[in-house]
Design a protein. Sequence first.
Lengths: 115, 121
Amino acid sequence: DAGITQSPRHKVTETGTPVTLRCHQTENHRYMYWYRQDPGHGLRLIHYSYGVKDTDKGEVSDGYSVSRSKTEDFLLTLESATSSQTSVYFCAIWTSGGEGTDTQYFGPGTRLTVL
Amino acid sequence: AQKVTQAQTEISVVEKEDVTLDCVYETRDTTYYLFWYKQPPSGELVFLIRRNSFDEQNEISGRYSWNFQKSTSSFNFTITASQVVDSAVYFCALSDPAGYNSGGGADGLTFGKGTHLIIQP
């Protein structure tokens, strides 16, 4: 358990509404990530952060924005949700401490349905 | 560009059989990490193993073993004497060099599409 929580865990919303998903970590890790998981696609990286206010795009960033104002929180925002953004969203952190411990751990996931 | 291929979409075996999940990767980098994750029906992603690109030793953990062959760009996962609790989707993943060299993180992982393993009683 890497001390990662996600909120909400489930959300149903309507097309065109804004949605914000929150990822919270308790262990002060520098790197945080947002992925989406869809059937037949595995997990794909949306955005990641390498420090407070430092973020970058991943493979599927269109339609998403992120913010990180504190080390412990990484927010994913869908400015205007579309049905194609119906997915399971996973937050992750990278634990580092040298070669022996570098690993990516995932939060429990958020299931988002856009009607 | 990096790529991870898990050609087996679904495997079904009877309990106590051995089963091997294949993973083939593509990268131009010489330093990287390879991972396996398990996703049980409850949906969480469980870390199983990380292997660095310079360590080709096979690893065994209980009924699980991993065979990393850099020459064939493969990182296969074998479950010996499978059990019903092994039923899950298994993902293989690849990091970029930043994850290996930075000492502080990676620019995300590239995942395969997963193999759905069904263990029948």
